[in-house]
Design a protein around this ligand. Structure first.
Ligand code: XMP
Length: 511
């Protein structure tokens, strides 16, 4: 992969989306914060094009992010989006103004003229706007190439220098021809080729790791999740039996999940897999613990202990494989959000272990790209499209103390709910769905007898990114069947409720 587009990040909310839209057109894009790269480095790396992202600031605000104007003289095409458009105008000597009366938010009619950026875009179309500031005077050498009813300069360009700016957001799907505009920028203006695809990615990386890791002992922690699975199978294709996978079964998995993971990796791929059945150990540590964050801490620490012990048994291991993906890399760079929950990803790096090398084969990939790689490697689609499952597993879905009996009850309730949901039309709306064993007991009646049983809650959410979620409006019949089966098939459960809270204010998991 030699062709790259730089997405220069000025703090906008759609930055990852911009990179994804570029990659969807089979051109590799990487995001860099504006203060982590210089024009000299940009030239040296040889980017084919640069996209300035949006951002929340006003260019005249002293605290706003700026960039060295030399970037406009590198001979590399630039596309500025929203704040990036205004910044480009400001850097090149134009004028940016602010007026509440010309604010535009949402879907707006765009009138555009003929130019390379708008090839195959009708002169009248819809775009997505979100701005208060606007370009009141374009810089010398630039001309206005689009406007809206309120905004005189909705797009500008200096075609001779291949510099383009758009006030709207071409990356969001509400901009009807946004994809076409990005396509024009990438292929007609920057001269990119379609060099980024997952088949090549697999071949290149298999060849790379064959060479790089030849003769080395490599270890990978498998969680049953998509990322670690794809990383492991990729490495296995490169180095075969020199890879050992350790699967720590903490006993907090869903029904039959441990056996399923084992059958895929050992059975289907013939990998060197060590499964550690550590349920008793984890339950012992969790005895009497009710506080959610303590549960997470205990499970995270115990996971590392078990993993270390297994690794030690293997003798000297030089390399650790991790399933880190691109959003993890970007997010760990930001790090200013407050901690709501300390998410524990099994496979997290045990700090005290010494490896010569950490290999992260998926570091550059978005989740949808990881899935494509997984399919390319022959991983079954049930695993590739598996819904997310928290590292601490069912421990954060049992409110209060965790016991073997409660785990069994929850596993069955969860299994029933999943079965009912998956055999209905609701499946296509659901991003994640599961049961929770609450610590509420209530009075019921079965036969002619009074019962005092436990309450199971069902949760099903719809979301793209799990940062915000809606509760899914699943058909009542699905809830009805799940409820009657759960109360009928599981002794001790006499009430089922459905969680109708979005996030925020709730979170997806109950703990
Ligand atoms: P919350 O509950 O924070 O969940 O709204 C958002 C997404 O993250 C998953 N989740 C976790 N994943 N370790 C993980 O690996 C955790 O401790 C954890 N807690 C929540 C949750 O299932 C949802 O998909």
């Amino acid at each position: 992969m030699d062709e790259k587009i730089l997405v220069l990040d000025f703090g906008g909310q759609y930055n990852q989306l911009i990179a994804r839209r570029v990659r969807e057109q089979q051109v590799y894009a990487e995001i860099k914060p504006f203060n982590k790269i210089t024009p000299a480095e940009i030239r040296q790396i040889g980017y084919k094009g640069i996209i300035f992202t949006g951002g929340p600031n006003s260019v005249y605000d002293p605290a706003s992010p700026h960039f060295d104007p030399q970037v406009l003289n590198l001979g590399i095409p630039v596309l500025g989006i929203c704040y990036g458009d205004q910044l480009m105008a400001y850097m090149a000597g134009g004028t940016v103004s602010s007026a509440e009366s010309s604010s535009e938010y949402g879907k707006t009619t765009l009138y555009s003229t003929d130019c390379a950026l708008f090839r195959d875009v009708p002169h009248t179309s819809f775009c997505w706007m979100s701005h208060t500031d606007f370009i009141s005077q374009v810089p010398q050498g630039f001309c206005t190439i689009a406007h809206t009813d309120k905004c005189h300069c909705a797009a500008m360009c200096d075609e001779s220098r291949r510099l383009y700016g758009v006030q709207f957001h071409p990356e969001v799907s509400h901009t009807a021809y946004g994809f076409q505009m990005l396509h024009n920028f990438l292929f007609d203006i920057c001269g990119c080729h379609r060099s980024w695809n997952m088949e090549d990615f697999v071949q290149r990386n298999v060849a790379k790791y064959q060479k790089q890791l030849s003769g080395k002992k490599v270890l990978c922690a498998l969680s049953g999740g998509v990322d670690s699975a794809v990383a492991a199978v990729l490495l296995h294709r490169a180095i075969g039996d020199n890879l050992t996978c350790v699967f720590v079964d903490h006993g907090l998995l869903r029904k039959d999940e441990g056996d399923w993971v084992e059958s895929i990796f050992r059975g289907r791929f013939g990998m060197n897999l060590i499964r550690v059945n550590a349920e008793d150990r984890f339950l012992e540590k969790l005895k009497g613990v009710t506080e959610p964050e303590r549960k997470r801490k205990i499970i995270g620490e115990e996971f590392i202990r078990v993993f270390e012990e297994e690794a030690r048994k293997l003798g000297k291991v030089q390399v650790l494989v991790q399933g880190t993906i691109y959003p993890d890399v970007i997010e760990s760079g930001a790090g200013n959000a407050s901690t709501i929950k300390s998410h524990h990803n099994v496979g997290g790096l045990p700090e005290r272990m010494d490896f010569e090398q950490i290999v992260e084969p998926l570091r550059d990939l978005f989740k949808d790209e990881v899935r494509k790689v997984g399919l390319e490697l022959g991983i079954p689609s049930e695993l590739v499209y598996r819904q997310p499952f928290p590292g601490p597993g069912l421990a954060v879905r049992i409110i209060g103390e965790i016991t073997k009996d409660k785990l069994e009850v929850l596993r069955t309730a969860d299994w029933i709910f999943r079965q009912e949901l998956e055999s209905s039309t609701a499946k296509s709306m659901a991003s994640q769905y599961f049961a929770v064993l609450t610590d509420t007991r209530s009075v019921g009646v079965m036969g002619d007898m009074r019962t005092y049983g436990h309450t199971v809650a069902l949760r099903c959410v719809t979301t793209d990114d799990f940062m915000t979620v809606d509760w899914t409006h699943i058909p009542f019949e699905v809830l009805e069947r799940a409820s009657s089966r759960i109360t009928g098939e599981i002794p001790g459960i006499n009430r089922v409720v459905y969680d109708i809270t979005s996030k925020p204010p709730a979170t997806v998991e109950w703990e």
